[in-house]
Design a protein around this ligand. Structure first.
Ligand code: F6R
Length: 266
């Protein structure tokens, strides 16, 4: 696991966008796994800014969402399909059909889950998976005690997650109770993982994921098994880490582009 600590939340977006942009420059037809929520917004907006400035052409990307709320149609304003249309597909100029979202408003949810897995496989697998982390350590909507080898499936949202996500709805009771989510086993198959976290409210989950045991009670800890997982954190999200010296190197670039980030150790 590589941990990059940058000074501010804005630096997280810029740094992570650099990683994504470098990948797109190398392989324009990259298959990108896209998280939703507040954490990756800075990445998407920075990529859109670079596209508008003419320094990046992301239009050949294929994207796969991690999850979707059960019961929300794609045109529901709180659906992740709508979020990805607004934050990813349109700003990055992706043709329709290039952002795949689990079809969680169908009645045959198990088939929808299986089809999401098959679509990922048919695209050749995910090259780079962007992740956020829940305050309870979830990635995707793999809540604590999810099987570490789980696949895309219907899962129940925890009370904690429904409270955390209530800001987007009319209170916690309005947050859907279930989702379709890629499994932890699915996420582990992506060739590279880029998890971003900002703010002190993520600090305990980040510390458990990075320094705790690999355990289903902190689903993100399964990333310790991933050969190419990079976490990009601001100072606040990194504030509960105790192995301070191990978390300062910049493993990917080390070119000093982000102020305050120390040079790589190796
Ligand atoms: C979203 C997702 C979730 C979020 C997590 C953090 O697609 O899979 O794991 O990344 O809940 O959400 P924010 O970024 O809103 O704090």
């Amino acid at each position: 696991m590589d941990v990059v600590i940058v000074p501010t939340a804005a630096d997280v977006g810029t740094y992570a966008a650099d990683v994504v942009a470098a990948r797109i420059a190398q392989e324009p037809r990259t298959v990108l796994g896209v998280a939703t929520g507040s954490s990756p917004v800075g990445i998407y907006r920075e990529l859109a800014r670079r596209r508008a400035a003419g320094s990046l052409d992301p239009t050949h990307l294929t994207c796969f969402a991690l999850d979707e709320y059960v019961g929300l149609a794609p045109d529901h304003p709180r659906s992740y399909a709508a979020y990805l249309d607004q934050e990813v597909a349109r700003p990055l100029g992706l043709p329709s059909g290039r952002v795949w979202v689990p079809e969680a408003s169908r009645t045959d949810l198990e088939a929808a889950a299986e089809e999401h897995e098959q679509a990922i496989a048919a695209a050749g697998g995910i090259d780079l998976q962007i992740l956020g982390i829940g305050t309870n350590g979830h990635i995707g909507f793999n809540e604590p005690i999810s099987a570490l080898s789980s696949r895309t499936r219907v899962a129940a949202l925890s009370a904690q997650t429904r409270t955390d996500n209530a800001r987007s709805f009319d209170g916690p009771d309005a947050v859907p109770t279930h989702c379709l989510t890629q499994g932890l086993g699915t996420i582990l198959e992506s060739r590279r993982v880029l998890l971003v976290a900002q703010g002190e409210r993520k600090a305990a989950a980040v510390a458990a994921a990075v320094e705790g045991p690999v355990a289903a009670r902190c689903p993100a800890s399964v990333l310790q098994f991933h050969p190419r997982a990079t976490l990009v954190l601001d100072e606040a999200a990194a504030s509960a880490l105790t192995l301070e010296n191990h978390h300062r190197p910049v493993p990917d670039r080390g070119d000093g582009a982000v102020p305050g980030v120390s040079a790589p150790a190796s």
